[in-house]
Structures are given as C-alpha cells and as structure tokens.
Design a protein around this ligand. Structure first.
Ligand SMILES: [Ca+2]
Length: 379
C-alpha cells in the first residue's frame, strides 16, 4: 500500500509538472478565487542585526545569520551572543554579506554562505559537536567569483536527498548581460546540488542532470534563474520552491516536484516570469513559474518562504508562505501537484521581509532586514 501510494504520488507529481507547463496561463487566471485566509499574527521573538537567513539547529534551536557576518542562536530570551563571527571576512556592499546558513541532516556540520572581501560567493563548512561549532574544522567547500555586487543569491539548504543545494544569481549588472542564466558552463544563474562530504572539497552526485555532460558544469541542478534569493524544500512533500527575483516587471515562484531528476530551465534571461524578456525566445524546455506577480502593486522583490508544516496554525497547513521585500505583506499559495489553486493575503505585514526560517517543528519565523525576528502564530 505504501509503495503503491508512493509511486502514485510520484506519477501525479510528474504529471503535475507537465500540466503546469501546458496550463500555466490558465492556472494563473483561475487561481484568483480562493477561500478565506488563515488567521495569523506575528509575534516578535527577537531583534537581530540585519538578519538574512535562519535554519533549524541542534537541540530544537533556530540559528540566525546576520548580514555583517555573525551567527546567533535564538532562545527563549531572544538571541544569544554570536557563536560565530566572520565579519572581518565579508562586506555589506551592494547585496553582499553573510547570506545563508544550513545544517546537514544530523546537525553534524554547519555551512555558511557569504561573499568574501573580493565579493566571491563562498560556502564554508564547520563541524558541529554537541551543538557547538568547532571553528578549527573550518574549510571552504565551494567558491564562485561574482562580476558584480548584486544578484549573489546565497541561499543554501539541504534537500531531502541529503545533498547541499546552493543558489547563485546570474552575476548581476541588470538584464543578465553575459547571458549566464542559459549558459551551462557557469555556475551563475543556477541552483547547484553537491555532496560536501563525498569528496575534497566536494563531490558531484552521479545522478545530477549534467554530471556526464562535458559542456556543462556537473554541479548544476536547475538553471535559468536570475536571483534565486531564497528557496526551500517542502518538509512534507519534498517539493522544491524557489523565489526568483525579477528584473523590473515580474516576480516569480518556481516549483519542481520531489520526484524531479533536475535539469529544469526556469527561463531567465530569455523569459521574465511567463513573458519574453527584451525580445527573448521562450526556450522549448522552459518551466514557467507556478506563480508570478507584477509591480503594479507594492511588491518589487519576492522573498521565497516555506510550505507551512507546523501545528500552531492548522488553517495554514500545506500552504506556501512567502512575502516581498518592498511590500512586506505575508501571502500564501495553495498548491496541488504544481498548480496554484488558491492565493491568500494573510493580512499581516512583516516589514522589509528578507527571509524566512523554519524550526524543527515546522513553525515559521519572519526575518526583516531592519532586525525583527517574528514567529507566525495563530491570531
Ligand atoms: Ca523564470
């Protein structure tokens, strides 16, 4: 029974991907109607210095990365003193800084994603022992030079497959001047998938979509991304959700089912959302966003979040919660097999929402660049 259901859900998920290709326009039109939104409230639980990322840590903790280079642990009385400080190794020029952190499955290693003093995107690893970071074990896993100080991406997280996923922007400069989004010989404009423990400095999983392609970088999981600032895996289904920041017209949410073999082309810079960008031609294998919105509202920079799998707000269960840096309104999407079936304005504003964090129980936290760390609670 379990096997049958697993196989069925994989098949449905695969069909869902195809369906989203064919029905992207229809789903965008039909999804405007929706039932009532979950009633939520934001409870401030801490103040941080320009928080950029958060992750569930050992012993039911939440670890928060601060942009200037510090990492602090959230406790009952707010944030503790920094447990890591790399502030002399990064800058906050442009969109730079400490931009991401992630633990592996067993909380045996912590990974930091930051731009170094030259602006090079860097992922470093630290061993963690009994909940404590062992700084003497630090090593650099991956680096990528950045031609500009914007569109660095920087989000990192482990997938349900145990591999480390790393989001990198297109290199910046506006409009993807080097066409990196569609180039498979660069890591820029990509979501990467690596095995940091499988080699020195890392291994490329054999089943990566371009692992055997001599003309492509084997680290690439999916491509055609502009600035995938925040992405996550659904803790329930394993589906991938990416918030890709638009150039000037369209903000988008991209999706792939847990069963995906990778290789999705999300279209940039031929496409911005579902629209040709500057006369671009839609790639034959374009995977359009499951959701996009223009800038006639208050939004200007999507902040990808998480599918809610906590228990505090039952009405939000299974919905993808996200926001926008410029707008700050929390919104949610109901998603079935890669199609948006409902959209909600959750009626609360998180400020300049730059990131979300999910704790070990699936509860969500909202990070505003001004410093507020808030928990999503029932209203
Ligand atoms: Ca796209």
């Amino acid at each position: 029974m379990v096997n049958t259901r697993t196989r069925m859900s994989a098949i449905v998920a695969t069909l869902g991907l195809v369906g989203s290709l064919a029905l992207a326009t229809a789903s965008a039109d039909e999804s405007r109607t929706s039932g009532s939104a979950a009633q939520i409230a934001l409870t401030e639980v801490a103040r941080a210095q320009n928080p950029t990322a958060g992750a569930a840590g050992p012993q039911d903790t939440v670890w928060i990365a601060e942009r200037a280079g510090t990492v602090r642990v959230l406790g009952d009385d707010g944030l503790g003193e920094p447990v890591l400080d790399i502030s002399d190794e990064t800058t906050t020029d442009g969109e730079r800084g400490l931009l991401g952190l992630a633990f592996d499955e067993r909380f045996a290693h912590l990974y930091l994603s930051y731009t170094d003093l030259e602006g090079t995107s860097t992922v470093d690893e630290f061993a963690v022992q009994d909940g404590t970071v062992r700084e003497d074990t630090r090593r650099t896993v991956l680096t990528q030079e950045q031609p500009e100080s914007n569109h660095n991406g920087g989000a990192i997280t482990f997938g349900p497959d145990g591999y480390l996923y790393i989001a990198l922007g297109d290199g910046g400069g506006g409009g993807d001047p080097q066409g990196n989004g569609q180039k498979l010989d660069t890591l820029l404009g990509k979501l990467l998938r690596i095995d940091p423990q499988g080699g020195d400095p890392y291994a490329i999983p054999e089943d990566n979509p371009f692992a055997d392609d001599p003309d492509a970088r084997g680290e690439i999981w999916s491509y055609g991304l502009r600035n995938p600032w925040r992405f996550s895996f659904d803790a329930g289904s394993g589906d991938l959700l990416i918030g890709d920041v638009g150039q000037s017209d369209w903000e988008e949410i991209d999706w792939a089912p847990a069963s995906s073999p990778g290789g999705e082309n999300y279209g940039w810079s031929q496409m911005e959302g579902t629209h040709p960008f500057r006369g671009g031609t839609e790639p034959a294998n374009h995977v359009p966003p499951i959701h996009e919105y223009d800038r006639t509202g208050l939004g200007c920079s999507v902040t990808g979040g998480y599918v809610y799998r906590g228990e505090a707000v039952p009405g939000l269960a299974g919905q993808y919660v996200y926001s926008d840096y410029c707008d700050g309104t929390l919104r949610s999407l109901e998603i079935e097999d890669g199609r948006v079936t409902g959209e909600h304005d959750l009626g609360v504003n998180g400020g300049e929402v730059v990131s979300f964090a999910q704790d070990g129980d699936g509860e969500l936290y909202v990070l505003a660049i001004g410093g507020t760390v808030s928990r999503v609670d029932p209203a």
